[in-house]
Structures are given as structure tokens and as C-alpha cells.
Design a protein around this ligand. Structure first.
Ligand code: ZN
Length: 633
């Protein structure tokens, strides 16, 4: 994969500096699609394609609908409805239209489909007796013409306000940037903005201003579209650059993402990123495209201007160091960054890094650091207690090792240690003792690790990169059993299989499931399946987990009814709503659910049918607790 990308840069190096968007224009036929909201009029976006989001890149444009639900949504071109989803989460009510040129347009968070499509939807819901469906529809079933009103815009699913989420995909499920299709409804001639730059050391010998780790700098505006960093920067070794940027469009207050980044060192391009398209199912690689730790701790997105190990996205071109920079001399090096939004507006940021072998002088005297440890790639960095010049002692199973300070911050010694040479159990640096809970070094690939009553299963897709597995267990908090697998700031790509056998008998209960407790304020239901005494689940992230019992059934509140429709609100405190099941005189009835308001309501397939007889509603939570409501209508 990486080899192929390296080849690419050799082949394409002559067109790296070519203007953005020049690539494969034929893939984005201009004028083929009409705009799906208020076509021909000025429109505004709430979000653009490629924006950085939790665990994914935003796959399309969010088109504003004047803050309302119910604007007509038009088919962008001739075609047929090829997929239909009804869901209380994610995309909500969604239509996919396949066009004769092979492209697919996607319309999400819809309120209602048009009468023909809605009748088909109800037929499918009643045939399947399921409240959430995601179905593929053959050609010829629901044909549409360009400009047909296919739906009313809405706010369904995970939407945080009324808008249309609009995507264009190719037949291989690659999402394409809709801005490249020449919609004149969107006006944008505002240059993007640099907020911050971070520089990170990439190995044990590298330093940034004399330290191992990561340093952030605020971008200073020089003139429109031109930025710099005013602080002096000294560095040596292998470095990675990250940037935090945003974009604006005319006459809106919204903040958007950018689509293209170019990095040059001493006039030579070392990294280029152009997010015109990516595979929809590879969006989770965003967690190594960004600095995941900063995102988790500060909710700030810094994009790497290098390709981290395990990142399989293919919209980058880079030097043989994957975009990283190697500074070996004492000369000054010019760093030029250029960013483009999807409409071709560009800004640049330039600064100088001075190569220096010795520790850099500080601009301001740093505060005495708190003794601590941190793992950067393969390097363990230990900051010892102040005013101590002694070596740190690392304690292993059968040996001890002494390491001298690598450098000092103020009066505090900093020790660096390559974890590939062995995993210590603990260390002592002055008066500071650290306990590491290392289990073993896990490389990407299948692997099973057993730590007492916890079995951790890594699949081929779990890890981006080497994981220094640390497990902490049996912290009993209020009678709960907890375990920690590494830290939530370390990203994983695929699920981590866990099999946990609780030691406390009360936790071996069919109403007990995994919850994450990374956020000290709230416990989040994760799930699980009981296999005899073991609770088994695929965790989506690392961090702290516990097993909790939920024996409280959901609450059902009757609201109102007519002869055609009955309305309730539902609520569950612990594990959350899992399923909704309603019958009238024993026959299944569709109940729509809006999770943001907790409202549910019925709809018959046959519009002549009336609500008369015995109505029964069953709501079940994720822990299997069911509430039943009965009413004779
Ligand atoms: Zn969206």
C-alpha cells in the first residue's frame, strides 16, 4: 500500500504543483445534476464534504433548509430509487437515487418521502414488520425524473437541526465532493484560515525546542490569506507537522472544512492531500489522519501533514518519509503550507525551523513540570521529580536498568526509553514512581491476550499500529468491577473483542452489560452477549469499562390519538431503547420513532383502516426489560 503511494509520487511529481481540482474533471460532470434544494436560487451550507467529524469525514454537503422542516427535495437527475432507509439514528429517512451515468445521489434526514415512495415504504415496513429498514430496490420499481419532488426535507436520524444531507457517490461507494459538480447555488470566495500548527517528534532522538513530544503554535495573520509563526523554532531529527484550520463561506456564520493541503520544505513538496473522494467505508481512518489524542482531550482537529502508520486512505501523495521531515543539519529550513477549500480559495502559512543539535534556549522560563510519563510512538518519556540528576531506575520482571536524563525542563530531568527493547513494570525517577501495567507489545494482526478473567481478542483490522497493551483491572468503585485497556486517547480502527467473567456474582446477571466510563459524568451503554458466565462484546474504543445492571423497564406515556394515529412518548434511563413493537387486534402496526424528542406514532399501510380494538405497545430496552401498554380503542 505504502509502496504503491510512493510510486505514485514519482509518476505524478510533475503535476503536484498543478492547480487544485484539475485532476480527472470528467469524473465530475458539470450541469448534469440540478441542486436538490431551491434549485436556481442562492443556497447556503451548514457543512461541506470532508469536514472532520468523530470517527468519520463528513461524506456530503449539509444544505440549509431555512431552519425549517418540509422544503421540497428534488431529484437531481433522472434515475431510480435504488435504496431506501428508515432509521431513528444516523442518516434517518434516506433515499438513494441511481442515475444512468452510474453515480448515486443520497438525500438524508428527510421528513417524509413523496406519496408514491411513501406507499412503497409502508408496504415494505409491513411486509418485514420492522420499524427500521435499509433496503435495496431494483431498477424499474421507483423511477424518478430530474426535478421530481422526491421528499420533504427534515431533521430525522442523528441530525442536530433541519437540513438536507446530500451526497454524491460513485458505483463503488466512493463519496465524491459535490462542490466539484459546478453548483452555482453556492457562492464561496473566502480564503480558508490557519488556526494552529503543531510539530511533533517522530522518534526517540528527535527534539522540538530541545524536547521530545509535541509543540503547538498559533498562526499569525500577515495579510489576507497569508500566515506565519512568529516564535523561533529549533528542531532536530524526524518531525511531523499538523495543522488546525477552518473555512468560511460568504454570508454565513458556519465553519467548514478544507479539502487540500500542500507542504513544502525548502521549496520541495513533501506532502499533498486532496480530499476529492474517498471510500465511504474507510472513513474511520480519520482517527490516524488527525492527532487523535488532542481530539479526545480538547475536541480540536489537527490534521497530520504526513501519513501515519496504518493509515490506508489514498488521497495523499508524499515523499519517501510519508511526508515527515528530517532535519540533520544546523541550517534554517523554510516550511510552506498551503490549504485550499473545495472552491479553490487558498491560504498559505510560512515559517522557519532552525536545525540545532543542542538544547534550544527558552523564550520564557517554563514552569516546573509535574512528574509524569507519556508514550510517543515507541518512546516512553518520563519526567522525573525536580532537582534530581540521578538516573531513573526501570524495573523489569528479572532485571533493572538505569537510564540517565536525556535533557532537563527547568530543573526536572526527562528520561527517554525505547519500548521496543522491553516493557518495564515500573520506574523510579527521584521521588516519582510510575506503574505501567504493560501486558505486552501487540503488532497489528490477529492476537489473543488473556489477563486473568479478561480475554482480549485483536482482529486483523483492530489496530492501526503497534499497541503497547496496558491492562488495569479490579478497581472496585461502588461494588462495580472495572477494567481499563490502555487509554481512550489511543485510536483503534476495528473492534476489540473482549470476554469478561465478572468476579462478583451479582454482576453475572442477564440484565448486566458493558458500559464505558471514560467520561466520569456519564456511563455509556456498550452492549454484550452472555455466554454462560462470560460477557462477550466487541468494544469500539479503548479506555475504561464496567459491567452494570439495568433492571428498570422503559417508561411509556400515552399522549393522544385520532382514529388514524396514536401518539406516545417513550424513555429509558439505563441501557436505552432497543425495540418498539405494537399490534392492533394482534396485527403488527408501524410505529415511527424520533429519538431526539422520544415521540413515537403509528401509521397504517392501508389509509382507510381505523384504530379500533385492542392496541398493545411493547417497548424493550437494551438490557431486555420490557414495558407494555394496552388500550382498548
Ligand atoms: Zn451531513
Amino acid at each position: 500500500m505504502k509502496f504503491a503511494k510512493y510510486i505514485l509520487i514519482i509518476l505524478l511529481s510533475t503535476c503536484l504543483s498543478a492547480p487544485l481540482l484539475a485532476q480527472s474533471q470528467s469524473a465530475y460532470p458539470k450541469g448534469y445534476f440540478m441542486f436538490p434544494i431551491k434549485p436556481g436560487q442562492r443556497n447556503y451550507l451548514a457543512a461541506n464534504m470532508g469536514e472532520l467529524r468523530p470517527n468519520h469525514f463528513h461524506g456530503g454537503m449539509d444544505i440549509k433548509t431555512d431552519g425549517q422542516i418540509g422544503l421540497p427535495v428534488y431529484a437531481c437527475a433522472d434515475g431510480y430509487v435504488s435504496r431506501l432507509r428508515v432509521s431513528t439514528n444516523g442518516y434517518g429517512n434516506t433515499l438513494y437515487i441511481t442515475h444512468p451515468n452510474g453515480l448515486v445521489t443520497v438525500y438524508a434526514h428527510l421528513d417524509k418521502f413523496n406519496a408514491t415512495i411513501h406507499a412503497y415504504e409502508l408496504e415494505q415496513l409491513y411486509a418485514r414488520k420492522e420499524t427500521d429498514i435499509d433496503i435495496v430496490i431494483p431498477a424499474g420499481t421507483l423511477p424518478v425524473k430530474k426535478g421530481d419532488i422526491i421528499a420533504k426535507s427534515g431533521n430525522t436520524g442523528g441530525s442536530g437541526g433541519p437540513h438536507l444531507h446530500f451526497e454524491i457517490r460513485d458505483s463503488r461507494e466512493n463519496v465524491l465532493n459535490p462542490a466539484l459538480f459546478g453548483f452555482t447555488e453556492i457562492v464561496d470566495n473566502i480564503k480558508p484560515t490557519f488556526d494552529k500548527v503543531a510539530i511533533r517528534t517522530m522518534d526517540i532522538d528527535s527534539r522540538i525546542n530541545g524536547e521530545l513530544g509535541r509543540a503547538e503554535y498559533t498562526a499569525q495573520l500577515v495579510s489576507t490569506g497569508k500566515y506565519t509563526i512568529t516564535q523561533p523554532i529549533n528542531a532536530k531529527g524526524l518531525l511531523g507537522i499538523e495543522i488546525k484550520v477552518h473555512d468560511k463561506m460568504n454570508e454565513t456564520h458556519n465553519v467548514y472544512g478544507i479539502n487540500c493541503i500542500e507542504l513544502k520544505v525548502d521549496g520541495k513538496e513533501v506532502f499533498y492531500h486532496n480530499l476529492e473522494t474517498y471510500a465511504f467505508n474507510e472513513s474511520r481512518y480519520i482517527n490516524v489522519h488527525i492527532d487523535y489524542e488532542t481530539y479526545i482531550l480538547k475536541r480540536q482537529y489537527f490534521q497530520k501533514c504526513y501519513v501515519a502508520d496504518g493509515n490506508n486512505l489514498n488521497f495523499y501523495l508524499m515523499n519517501p518519509l510519508q511526508g515527515k521531515i528530517l532535519i540533520k543539519d544546523t541550517a534554517s529550513h523554510k516550511i510552506d503550507l498551503r490549504i485550499y477549500d473545495s472552491n479553490g480559495n487558498a491560504s498559505s502559512l510560512s515559517f522557519t525551523v532552525k536545525g540545532k543539535q543542542e538544547q534550544a534556549p527558552k523564550i520564557t522560563k517554563p514552569a516546573t513540570p509535574v512528574p509524569d510519563f507519556h508514550i510517543y510512538e515507541n518512546t516512553l518519556k518520563i519526567t522525573g521529580s525536580a532537582n534530581n540528576t540521578e538516573p531513573a531506575i526501570l524495573y523489569f520482571k528479572n532485571k533493572i536498568a538505569k537510564i540517565s536524563p536525556a535533557y532537563y525542563i527547568n530543573q526536572s530531568p526527562v528520561y527517554v526509553y525505547d519500548l521496543r527493547t522491553g516493557l518495564p513494570d515500573s520506574s523510579k525517577a527521584g521521588t516519582y514512581t510510575a506503574i505501567y501495567d504493560f501486558v505486552e507489545m501487540v503488532s497489528p494482526g490477529k492476537k489473543k491476550v488473556v489477563v486473568d478473567n479478561l480475554t482480549i481478542q485483536f482482529s486483523d483490522s483492530t489496530l492501526f499500529d503497534t499497541l503497547y497493551l496496558r491492562v488495569k483491572k479490579h478497581l472496585i468503585i461502588n461494588g462495580q468491577e472495572t477494567f481499563e485497556i490502555n487509554n481512550p486517547t489511543e485510536p483503534v480502527y476495528g473492534p476489540i473483542g473482549v470476554t469478561f467473567c465478572p468476579e462478583i456474582a451479582a454482576n453475572k446477571n442477564e440484565r448486566c452489560y458493558f458500559y464505558s466510563i471514560n467520561n466520569s459524568v456519564s456511563k455509556k451503554y456498550e452492549g454484550g452477549v452472555w455466554q454462560e458466565d462470560n460477557l462477550v462484546h466487541n468494544l469500539k474504543y479503548l479506555g475504561k469499562f464496567t459491567v452494570l445492571k439495568d433492571s428498570i423497564p422503559p417508561v411509556i406515556t400515552y399522549k393522544s390519538n385520532t382514529t388514524k394515529r396514536i401518539n406516545f412518548s417513550i424513555f429509558d434511563r439505563g441501557s436505552g431503547i432497543d425495540s418498539i413493537y405494537a399490534t392492533l387486534n394482534g396485527e403488527w402496526v408501524m410505529m415511527y420513532y424520533e429519538h431526539k424528542t422520544g415521540l413515537i406514532w403509528s401509521e397504517f399501510k392501508d389509509p382507510t383502516e381505523v384504530l379500533k380494538g385492542e392496541f398493545v405497545l411493547e417497548i424493550t430496552d437494551n438490557a431486555g426489560n420490557t414495558s407494555t401498554y394496552k388500550k382498548t380503542l
